[in-house]
Design a protein around this ligand. Structure first.
Ligand SMILES: Cc1ncc(COP(=O)(O)O)c(C=O)c1O
Length: 419
């Protein structure tokens, strides 16, 4: 221990005092029996039901995806062997990029080791390469987009969330000749709301801006071929750069951007975080390719998913559990207090064998702490009843208020029980 260690201790003490110390739950997911997992706690192991996975469609355990991964690992080895520049461009990654470009109907795509890295790298590079670039960023953009914008060194203005009038006002204030990028998400993962993509593209066209759209929580799940909300809304061709992940709807890991070839080529050529890092393992790329290919053709997963999400919503409403407005598959259940949120999560896990992670600051604003429930096609009607009953008991135990109406974001704090 050096005196410097005290800084780390005092930081962690502060986080604990605020009730937002993160406890990672040690889970072993069962590929053969989703959504069950074994919870390891000390020497104990217990079976639980996972209700907060971002493997929204369960593609991470799809037999064809697992086969692609294991077969490729056997054939091509466990790792990529180096950077794409130095050790040869892994054929599996090339095939994945071709598949992703086709998914989004763009000229090219570029794969990264995660969605976070793709946002940070792509936005960082685009903002740096465009001279005197001005980036308009939605106030609820993900940390990875914020990191990229910051890294670009470009001037940034924050636009009120999904507020096209505010976006237009900001665009109007900008010098017309200046290169502009509008950076936003299609589906905001903590609230479950959806951006007016077409309207934003109209403004981009009017003011000559590039559009950069994060479809991380939508790819695989929306649109006739699973390309996301822009595809669903028929505006995919109007978005300049689409960013996505292979880790959520597609159930594997990795991130990407799809865009005109010249944009992908410029990012590929200029981004140190793309050039100087080991490529994605071929087995991962092959598994992701298989998942993308499958969801392009098959709507069964999307239909089953939607059905179970609807049933979960109805089950919770019947039990009087409050839910925030959401236009998507994400069901945010407001608690409005970090300590109660953690207690609710702990009670669900320990008393009912249900795992739902508490979502606290800084992931969401203080006072809007919540449980974020993400049903999959594998959550049966019986499991949904079990969740509704368990939440009902937890709400009684903690004295949390009931509300059968959908709760707008602005009123989440109102639900907090009196101190
Ligand atoms: C909106 C958004 N973009 C990007 C990412 C990063 O994606 P990945 O988990 O693939 O790193 C996340 C992660 O949750 C996200 O919510």
């Amino acid at each position: 221990m050096t005196p410097l260690h005290n800084h780390f201790h005092s930081y962690l003490d502060g986080v604990r005092r605020e009730g937002r110390y993160r406890i990672f739950t040690d889970l072993e997911r069962h590929a053969d029996r989703p959504p069950y997992a074994t919870w390891h706690s000390g020497d104990n192991a217990r079976e639980v039901v996972v209700w907060c996975s971002n493997d929204y469609l369960g593609m991470g355990r799809h037999p064809a995806v697992i086969d692609a991964m294991t077969e490729t690992a056997r054939r091509m080895g466990a790792g990529a062997g180096g950077t794409r520049n130095i050790s040869g461009n892994s054929h599996a990654v090339v095939a994945l990029e071709r598949e992703l470009a086709d998914l989004h109907r763009k000229e090219a795509a570029l794969a990264f080791t995660s969605g976070y890295v793709s946002n940070e790298t792509a936005l960082g590079t685009i903002g740096r390469l465009l001279p005197n670039c001005f980036i308009l960023s939605d106030e609820k953009n993900h940390a990875s987009m914020i990191a990229g914008i910051r890294a670009s060194g470009a001037e940034k203005r924050i636009c009120r969330h999904n507020d096209v009038a505010h976006l237009e006002a900001l665009l109007q204030e900008t010098e017309p000749s200046r290169p502009k990028v509008i950076a936003f998400e299609s589906l905001y993962s903590m609230d479950g709301d959806i951006a007016p993509i077409g309207h934003i593209c109209d403004l981009a066209a009017k003011f000559g801006a590039l559009t950069y759209l994060d479809e991380v929580h939508a790819v695989g799940l929306y649109g006739p071929r699973g390309a996301g909300i822009a595809e669903r809304d028929g505006v995919m061709d109007r978005v300049d750069i689409i960013e996505g992940t292979l880790a959520k709807g597609f159930g594997v890991v990795g991130g990407y951007v799809a865009a005109d070839a010249v944009i992908c080529d410029a990012i590929r050529s200029a981004a140190p975080s793309f050039i100087f890092t080991t490529a994605m393992p071929p087995a991962v790329a092959a598994a992701a390719t298989q998942s993308v290919k499958h969801l392009k053709r098959s709507v069964a997963e999307r239909i089953a998913h939607r059905l179970q999400v609807g049933k979960t919503r109805r089950g919770l409403r019947k039990a009087g559990i409050p839910m925030m407005t959401s236009q998507s598959h994400i069901i945010p259940v407001p608690v409005g207090d970090p300590i109660l949120c953690r207690e609710a999560s702990t009670l669900l896990l320990e008393s009912f064998g249900i795992y739902v992670q508490p979502i606290n600051y800084p992931t969401v604003p203080r006072g809007t702490e919540r449980l974020r429930i993400t049903p999959t096609p594998f959550h049966t009607d019986q499991l949904i009843d079990g969740l509704a009953n368990a939440l009902s008991e937890v709400w009684d135990t903690l004295g949390l208020p009931r509300d059968t109406n959908v709760v707008p974001m602005s009123s989440v704090a109102r639900l907090r029980p009196a101190a």
